[in-house]
Design a binder for this molecule. Structure first.
Ligand SMILES: [Zn+2]
Length: 106
């Protein structure tokens, strides 16, 4: 299974041959689509995100994201990798005035 953490270094031609065409293709704009269908308008601090395996650098597996959305996306991946966490919430305690008395209080 692919790990969301970057375990392998980026290839030597990442910055020169792989990354630039992706930014060009995406119009040097973040490709994040909001829930309402509008696209993020960020055109600075752009990073190239891997859609699948971190070592899969094929163009259709890469997309442009602004730093903010790249972080968000990485956080989502990390959450998915961890799976559901046990609830740390304590069981709800009933208000003492609402507690049903099973035994007489004396
Ligand atoms: Zn964005």
């Amino acid at each position: 299974m692919a790990t969301p953490w970057r375990t392998a270094p980026l290839p030597a031609d990442w910055a020169t041959d792989i990354r630039p065409p992706i930014l060009e293709r995406d119009g040097h704009q973040c490709t994040w689509t909001r829930a309402d269908g509008t696209r993020c308008t960020e055109t600075t601090q752009l990073e190239v995100d891997h859609l699948g395996d971190p070592d899969d650098h094929r163009p259709h597996m890469l997309r442009t994201l602004c730093r903010h959305h790249h972080r968000r996306r990485t956080a989502i991946q990390a959450n998915e990798a961890q799976g559901p966490r046990p609830s740390r919430a304590r069981p709800a305690e009933q208000h003492p005035g609402l507690r049903r008395l099973d035994r007489p209080p004396f």
